[in-house]
Ligand binder design. Structure first.
Ligand code: NI
Length: 142
């Protein structure tokens, strides 16, 4: 029988400014679509990265959450905390910084470090933008 697979999560919080404005739409359309989010404003974001894998019989862990924390800080937090997501983050250049797009980009950055996940694999990236609004990305083809 396969070893039990468990999902484990680390979360990081950051503060950042952004503005939702689609360049393909007119100013009026942007205003109607995004409302107050069309102006520059800020959020206290929470990012949760969940990995899944078998529990190691020796360590009792799927992976060391400290290593997942390091990956998230190096790949995400260090670049976005107290930044303007539309303007000052090189890896977000040209990307409309909705929570959806942030989740996709954050996934790609953690996935690029997948060798550091050991026998675990990336399962979900959640971006919580406000108390009542959050998005989940599970990678492609799920
Ligand atoms: Ni916003």
């Amino acid at each position: 029988m396969a070893r039990p697979e468990v999902r484990i999560t680390h979360a990081e919080e950051f503060s950042a400014a952004h503005r939702l404005h689609a360049p393909q739409l007119s100013d009026a359309e942007n205003k109607a679509l995004y409302g107050p989010c069309n102006t520059v404003h800020g959020h206290n974001y929470r990012v949760e990265v969940t990995v899944t894998g078998p529990v190691d019989p020796v360590t009792g862990m799927v992976m060391n959450l400290t290593e997942l924390m390091r990956i998230m800080r190096e790949e995400i937090w260090d670049h976005v905390d107290h930044q303007h997501l539309n303007e000052t983050v090189p890896f977000l250049k040209g990307i409309l910084p909705t929570a959806e797009n942030l989740a996709i980009v954050f996934w790609q950055r953690v996935h690029a470090q997948r060798e550091r996940l050991g026998s675990a694999r990336l399962f979900r990236v959640r971006v919580v933008e406000s108390r009542d609004n959050f998005v989940d990305y599970f990678g492609d083809l799920r």
